[in-house]
Design a binder for this molecule. Sequence first.
Ligand SMILES: Nc1nc2c(ncn2[C@@H]2O[C@H](COP(=O)(O)OP(=O)(O)OP(=O)(O)O)[C@@H](O)[C@H]2O)c(=O)[nH]1
Ligand SMILES: [Zn+2]
Length: 313
Amino acid sequence: MSEGIVLKAGRGTYIVQTDTGRIIPCLLRGNLKKNLTYPESTNRRHRVEQAKKRRETDPIAVGDRVDVTEEEGGRGVIEVLHPRRRSLSRQSGNERERQTIVANLELAVVVFAAREPNPDLWKLDRFLVLAEDAELDLLIVLNKADLAPPEEIEAVAEPYRRIGYGVVAASARTGIGIDELRARLKGRISAFCGPSGAGKSSLLNAVQPGLELKTGDIGNVTWKGRHTTVSTELLPLSFGGWVADTPGLRQVEFWDLATEDVGFCFPEMRPFLGNCRFADCRHRTEPDCAIRAALARGDIDQRRYESYLEMTK
Ligand SMILES: Nc1nc2c(ncn2[C@@H]2O[C@H](COP(=O)(O)OP(=O)(O)OP(=O)(O)O)[C@@H](O)[C@H]2O)c(=O)[nH]1
Ligand SMILES: [Zn+2]
């Protein structure tokens, strides 16, 4: 038996990459298969039963760790599904089912251009908040570093570094920062997101030539991936690690986070939350607000605070 990771999943067939680097098409062993149901089931009664059981539409997701036995003809059978450390999931069409988009996704790489176009920091903050809400680790990449002087990039990066975020200045064109990016991607599952034109595809191609992201007009989605039906695929990196190509997650535009949760998605606010006089403080004009006190002391950046206000309007 060998251990591996699921790169692709669909209709009872899975592509597994073993830890020794072999790529094997696999089926499921019967005892795992009994949980396998298809979301497109046309039988209404069957669909209702599925919904009642609240089970997942497929027991195995892209990113899952599995044990496989290899059979003749280069095929394999998935025998064991390892417990997930995390999972990014969405409600499927039937609102009581949850479907895992990517299991064990760890890192969101948020890509913005340093120039052309100039970074829209309000938009950047929104990406960060949504990734925080999904409990992902975060890396900010300021791409097109060849177009901006280092001081300008540093001025953008500094407030984010103070919060504790990693920021890499990179250029897909000149290769600046690409080694550092590789080091951050190594050994784990990452997803790239950011506005159109920031250079996500170019960066991935610089990280590993030939690594292709699917493109497509997916429309607006959330980190939870609602409104998208495009399936995810893991692209293996030659130096170890995977990039989750989840086209629907590449451009997060849709806003779908409860106002009271937004504060927790600003890491610099977390230490002060719960210290305001009013439990339901909105950190605007209320007296004895711990967030505004932190702002006055300079512990919270004014512009980030304004982003918070904007998101909780
Ligand atoms: N000067 C410069 N241009 C870059 C760099 N990286 C990407 N570009 C250019 O920026 C444009 C957008 O790059 P893409 O890689 O297509 O951007 P993307 O983020 O994948 O865009 P979408 O596929 O629309 O989401 C292209 O014209 C690239 O040639 C860079 O480091 N420096
Ligand atoms: Zn407050």
